[in-house]
Write a protein that binds this ligand. Structure first.
Ligand code: GLU
Length: 472
């Protein structure tokens, strides 16, 4: 078999969403896995739907994920240009070839005429087929009229799909579709076939929405006398509930929004790879290397892939946990008043935060007490004094203070615990540990007192304990 060449061919009609990136990822993985090439081609032939800035956005999204291409609009390559709007002369050349072979004709009809046929077919409850209205005589193509394909043979088509197996469709799927529109731009149906041929694409990886048009593509391959490439169809991505197609709210959003929310690209790639595929090993945490070693188009599933937000969060947390404390702080854009304390609480963040956005929120929420001295409420401070214990809190805090004074600098939570626990066990855990924790945090919920002491350090701990003792 010739060298594998795959491509990602997005239309610049807006931001990149999960489905688009997943297709790009699978095409890229397959090419890399097989030592082949991966091409980025921009299909900008529908000028009305084009959204400014989309191309830069597509490139940025792919780069964020670490998907690199060997040929593309930004880096060129042997089959340049990679922007379809710059290839109009090439499509015209192939259009003329088809005319010459008798497989294309200019559409001589007015919109009103076509509309009438359409209505008539509808009234008779049969599909409207353009090929039933072919003009008697072929005019010369002036480049201003739409150019239509003349399906050479109306027949049943069968084809192999690497993921779906054998597929087939009957004659109703074939029609004289437009090759070149009145504005001079080719249709997707035509342009992608010419480009895939010239760019030597061996495997077409794309979404399920193209299955119904595949017979049209096959008849065009036949008319041009070219070999079919391999097809691999990606399953649709279903929303959280697993019943309907993914909507804007549950993940069909801009992929770069995930970056803003503090997802790691490794996690996103890992998660996307599992949308419609899984390795034989069944493992869920997969690095780029793991994916490259195990990916195969033949293992792509047919059924819709559920977009499971919880799974994404879980995978992201796992990837965040692999970072060193310093990297965690830097990559998470974390900042706080006392950088040394920030580094110390990374283990807590690693336990709890599923995204860096959550980590940042924690620093301003439940972990804020680590960076800002609290204001205390006497009622809460003494709130755990049991019956017959009224007024004992002050004494406990003084005792704790004494124990903290004896700690060595930089004691970790375990060491702090070893020093405090005997006293707490003797006097009552709640009576001692609650006011200690509250005196240090001023919050009803916070990390445990040992962690607080370890992170705050001796000096700050003693200041806070003294402040609590003073108000009692
Ligand atoms: N331009 C098409 C799209 O964005 C590409 C389909 C294909 O990969 O052939 O949907």
């Amino acid at each position: 078999m010739s060298k594998v060449v795959t491509r990602f061919a997005p239309s610049p009609t807006g931001f990149m969403h999960v489905g688009g990136v997943r297709t790009a990822l699978f095409a890229w993985l397959y090419a890399r896995k097989n030592g082949g090439k991966f091409i980025l081609r921009i299909e900008d032939t529908d000028k009305a739907r084009e959204v400014e800035g989309s191309i830069a956005h597509i490139i940025e999204s792919l780069k964020w994920l670490g998907i690199e291409w060997d040929e593309g609009p930004d880096i060129g390559g042997p089959h340049a240009p990679y922007l379809q709007s710059d290839r109009l002369a090439t499509y015209k050349e192939y259009a003329l070839k088809l005319i010459e072979k008798g497989y294309a004709y200019p559409d001589p009809f007015t919109e009103a005429q076509v509309e009438e046929w359409r209505k008539q077919a509808e009234a008779e409850k049969r599909p409207f087929l353009f090929r039933e209205h072919r003009p008697e005589t072929m005019e010369e193509w002036d480049g201003k009229r739409p150019l239509r394909f003349k399906v050479p043979e109306v027949k049943r088509y069968e084809w192999e799909d690497l993921a779906w197996g054998t597929l087939s469709a009957g004659e109703e799927a074939l029609d004289d579709f437009i090759l070149i529109k009145g504005d001079g731009y080719p249709t997707y149906n035509f342009a992608h076939i010419v480009d895939d041929l010239l760019m030597e694409v061996t495997h077409i990886v794309r979404g399920q929405e193209f299955i119904s048009s595949t017979p049209k593509f096959l008849s065009l391959y036949d008319a041009l006398g070219i070999a079919r490439p391999h097809f691999a169809t990606m399953p649709i991505i279903l929303g959280e509930a697993g019943t309907k197609k993914l909507g804007k709210r549950d993940g069909a959003k801009d992929i770069l929004e995930y970056r803003e929310e503090g997802y790691l690209p490794e996690a996103m790639m890992n998660f996307l790879a599992l949308l419609g595929w899984h390795p034989e090993s069944g493992s869920e945490i997969l690095s780029r290397e793991d994916l490259l070693a195990s990916f195969d188009l033949a293992r792509v599933q047919k059924g819709g892939a559920r977009f499971d937000e919880e799974k994404l969060l879980h995978i992201n947390r796992e990837w965040m946990r692999t970072l060193s404390s310093d990297d965690y702080v830097t990559m998470g854009n974390l900042s706080a008043a006392h950088p040394e304390r920030l580094t110390k609480i990374v283990p807590i963040l690693k336990e709890r935060a599923q995204t860096f956005k959550e980590a940042r929120e924690m620093l301003h929420g439940e972990l804020r007490c680590l960076f800002e001295a609290p204001t205390l409420d006497i009622g809460l401070l003494t709130g755990k004094e049991g019956e017959g214990e009224t007024g004992t809190t002050k004494g406990h805090l003084e005792a704790v203070k004494g124990l903290v004074e004896g700690l060595h600098e930089g004691a970790d939570p375990e060491a702090v615990k070893a020093v405090l626990m005997p006293y707490a066990d003797e006097k009552g855990r709640a009576a001692v540990l609650w006011p200690t924790r509250y005196a240090l945090s001023g919050a009803e919920r916070s990390p445990d007192p040992f962690t607080l002491i370890s992170v705050l350090g001796k000096e700050e701990t003693l200041l806070r304990l003294t402040a609590a003792i003073d108000i009692l």
